[in-house]
Design a protein around this ligand. Structure first.
Ligand code: 5GP
Ligand code: ZN
Length: 114
């Protein structure tokens, strides 16, 4: 995916504030944080969105959540709480079409957004 900004971040072609990396997943701080902690957890493999996932990708997406749980603890959010969001499609507010999990925390949040 030549034109994908998250593929470029994963490849190290665009700088980011990286907090985690393994063979399947990269996590970095959102450039426009919506909360004191705002991380993006991203599969290293390009998928446009959840719409593009296949059964084969299910363990990868499970791993995304497991990494999110570990990073939430690392950020001190395990007890206070945090929100995990996956926007899917423009109508849901997706602006970067490389599947990603938002991890938000560090401030009180209302029950629902949008
Ligand atoms: P979406 O709206 O697609 O769910 O979320 C995309 C997120 O990516 C937004 O919160 C936006 O601030 C973030 N973002 C867009 N471009 C960059 C970038 O170049 N670097 C980083 N770290 N975050 C980005
Ligand atoms: Zn990509």
């Amino acid at each position: 995916m030549n034109d994908c900004i998250f593929c470029k971040i994963i490849a190290g072609e665009i700088p980011s504030s990286q907090v985690y990396r393994d063979e399947r997943v990269t996590a970095f701080r959102d450039i426009q944080p919506a909360a004191p902690t705002h991380l993006l957890i991203v599969p290293n493999k390009h998928l446009d969105s959840v719409n593009q996932m296949t059964a084969e990708d299910a363990p990868l997406l499970g791993h995304l959540f497991f990494v999110a749980k570990q990073l939430a603890a690392q950020e001190g959010l395990a007890e206070s709480g945090y929100r995990l969001i996956v926007n899917t499609g423009a109508g849901a507010g997706q602006t970067v079409f490389h599947l990603h999990l938002h991890l938000l925390g560090g401030k009180p949040m209302s029950h629902l957004v949008g």
